[in-house]
Design a binder for this molecule. Structure first.
Ligand SMILES: [Zn+2]
Length: 163
């Protein structure tokens, strides 16, 4: 069956109403779905977005002349900041002297908890100008803030007075 004007009009209407090519073929009768699709294209009605629309019509669509602007690369999440090296905590070395062995020219810096057997005194040679070795003299006369952080316990400090 050919495409009479009436049938073409019906085709146009049905197509624009959104019917699929196969539905239209069934309604018109005497034509295949492919024939409907072919006629639609010849009529220039193929602009309708439909799943049955061949890709060919998509290619006909004018390509965008807008220059493709390269979008900036997606911002990566900031790399995890490298953790700053933690300050090495002051670790007191086990002293070499005890109350019994502490001599006149030995560093009297108490180390550890006086309540325990591990308690000891630095015992290194003290600096001429004070009761502590150079290292502990430096610690002893640090600014208050730092001294507070690394000085021996209150008990050890009070004990130091009696030596
Ligand atoms: Zn010392």
């Amino acid at each position: 069956m050919g495409w009479t004007d009436d049938r073409v009009e019906s085709l146009k209407k049905l197509w624009l109403d959104g019917l699929s090519a196969s539905q239209i073929a069934k309604l018109l009768g005497g034509v295949t779905r492919n024939a409907v699709i072919g006629k639609v294209h010849r009529l220039g009605l193929s602009g309708r977005a439909t799943p049955s629309q061949p890709a060919r019509s998509v290619l006909k669509a004018p390509r965008s002349t807008r220059p493709v602007v390269a979008s900036p690369p997606a911002q990566r999440p900031a790399a995890a900041p490298v953790p700053a090296p933690r300050p090495v905590p002051y670790v007191e070395r086990r002293g070499t002297a005890t109350v019994l062995t502490l001599g006149a020219h030995m560093c009297k810096w108490p180390i550890g908890d006086p309540a325990t057997e591990a308690f000891s005194f630095c015992g290194r040679r003290s600096a001429p100008e004070g009761p502590y070795c150079i290292e502990h003299a430096r610690l002893a006369y640090q600014p208050h803030q730092m001294k507070k952080k690394s000085s021996p316990s209150e008990l050890a400090r009070s004990l130091r007075r009696y030596i």
